[in-house]
Design a protein around this ligand. Structure first.
Ligand SMILES: [Cu+2]
Length: 179
């Protein structure tokens, strides 16, 4: 009983910090974002591009879209672009961007995400995220799924994304699904 209510509370917290809210609504997330050095990927990363903190969040309701979050860091070199992100076991993945205008949050699909040398781009609630449609049975909470990012020049970076079940409906929060 207690565990259940805690889980529900945690789910609500995730929902509240979802697309509808900006950073700062969640002090922990902000602190974490500040603590992780954005440009300190280290010399070994240059001129490479790395993907970190990749997670796949399953929907609370099977059949609904899930969402993936990650951090992409470019070490050095000419600015590159993220052209696509794919998750194994998912039929279709789209890069979306959420934005809040006049108190209304909506999202749109974006073709590419620009990177900057020495900087990180965060896919996180309220901003860029990867919408996952048609999530297969193979993806289970507590497991991993291979996430592959394709760059504008065709280079690919693959990482194992953690699969989380604490979805709530945050993947849908603030989303205008009319595409
Ligand atoms: Cu979306």
């Amino acid at each position: 009983m207690r565990a259940l209510s805690l889980a529900l509370l945690a789910g609500m917290a995730v929902t509240l910090s979802g697309c509808g809210k900006q950073q700062g609504a969640n002090p922990e997330a902000s602190a974490a974002a500040t603590a992780s050095p954005p440009a300190a990927a280290g010399p070994e990363a240059a001129p490479g591009i790395t993907v970190s903190d990749a997670i796949v969040r399953l929907p609370a309701v099977p059949g609904n879209p899930g969402v993936a979050y990650l951090t992409v860091t470019q070490g050095a070199g000419a600015p590159r672009k993220i052209a696509a992100i794919h998750v194994d076991g998912v039929e279709r993945a789209e890069i979306h961007e959420s934005a809040t205008k006049n108190g209304v949050t909506s999202m749109k699909a974006v073709r590419e995400v620009p990177l900057e040398p020495g900087k990180s781009v965060q896919f996180a609630p309220g901003g860029y995220h990867v919408m996952l449609f048609g999530i297969g049975e193979a993806l289970k909470a507590g497991g991993t799924a291979e996430l592959t990012m394709t760059l504008d020049d065709g280079d690919k970076v693959s990482v194992a994304a953690k699969v989380e079940g604490l979805g709530g409906d945050d993947a849908m929060a603030g989303h205008d699904m009319k595409m």
